[in-house]
Design a protein around this ligand. Structure first.
Ligand code: IPD
Ligand code: CA
Length: 264
């Protein structure tokens, strides 16, 4: 049974998703045009953000917001904050690659308590509540149980051209390639984390990421029995933007691999 606020979040995401599905349908036509779909994607992002904020504010007036599109919007209730990315995986969306998501988390007194990540193309709704477990379309999720890094499939978010931290990312990919079975760069950190929660990827690593990309994913992974850490130390990934998500057995093995890359 979902709590009332998770029900509100799910309904808001479904409403925004209907608009996003329509916009996605248009992208293929724009793709082949000279101008490209750039401006259209920006408009789709803004539309989706607006629907989410309106629907959530209607049901929970006073809650604060942090969204990729509108930044920080303080409400009259300082204890509650929705953290939103209306389209995570914008580049995929723009190229008609159906791997992107709407992702929404709720913080209560700085603690993540509810999360939704939704892929509107595959119609997969990933949800979690603190202490209530994690689900994909009402089916319970558990992180993968592999115990040896040499058996793993890993999601590693590859920085775009000119992106921050390229040399470190190259070093990390190189070390990981010597240890894991396979690496995937998905283009949606939020969905990669949902895949870790669903036991599809054994781990995900991402650097220089914004908190709205990973907030929901952190709760999904934790409620699916996984662990989330800053690969470089004890800090909070929501603050550092550097994140490693995996299971308890693999956590030290991935930390070790990433430490080796840092020292290389
Ligand atoms: C991006 C995605 C991607 C990550 C980038 C993010 P956006 O978010 O999460 O996986 O590698 O760093 O900026 O731009 O698609 O919302
Ligand atoms: Ca994003």
């Amino acid at each position: 049974m979902s709590s009332p606020v998770l029900t509100v979040m799910t309904a808001a995401v479904r409403k925004a998703a209907r608009a996003l599905q329509r916009d996605y349908g248009e992208i293929a036509n724009l793709q082949v045009s000279q101008k490209g779909p750039g401006d259209y994607v920006t408009a789709a992002d803004k539309r989706c953000d607006k629907i989410l904020r309106e629907e959530l504010a209607k049901a929970r007036p006073g809650y604060s917001f942090l969204t990729e599109e509108t930044g920080s919007v303080p409400g009259t209730d300082p204890d509650h904050r929705f953290i939103i990315d209306p389209i995570d995986g914008t580049m995929n969306f723009m190229h008609s690659v159906p791997f992107f998501a709407i992702t929404v988390a709720l913080e209560r007194k700085d603690e993540l308590v509810a999360a939704i990540t939704y892929n509107p193309i595959t119609d997969e709704m990933y949800s979690a509540e603190k202490g209530g477990g994690a689900f994909v379309n009402n089916k319970r999720m558990r992180v993968a149980q592999r115990r040896d890094i040499h058996d793993t499939l890993v999601s590693y978010e590859i920085p775009h051209r000119g992106g921050k931290g390229l040399p470190l990312s190259r070093a990390e990919i190189s070390v990981l390639q010597g240890r894991v079975v396979g690496i995937r760069g998905t283009g949606s950190a939020a969905l990669s984390m949902a895949y870790v929660a669903a036991g599809r990827f054994d781990a995900m690593v991402c650097r220089n990421i914004n908190s709205w990309d990973i907030a929901a994913g952190i709760l999904l992974v934790k409620e699916a029995g996984g662990f989330v850490a800053d690969p470089d130390g004890e800090k909070n990934p929501m603050e550092t933007g550097n994140i490693l998500a995996t299971n308890a057995d693999l956590l030290p093995q991935f930390k070790d691999a990433l430490a080796m890359a840092r020292e290389a």
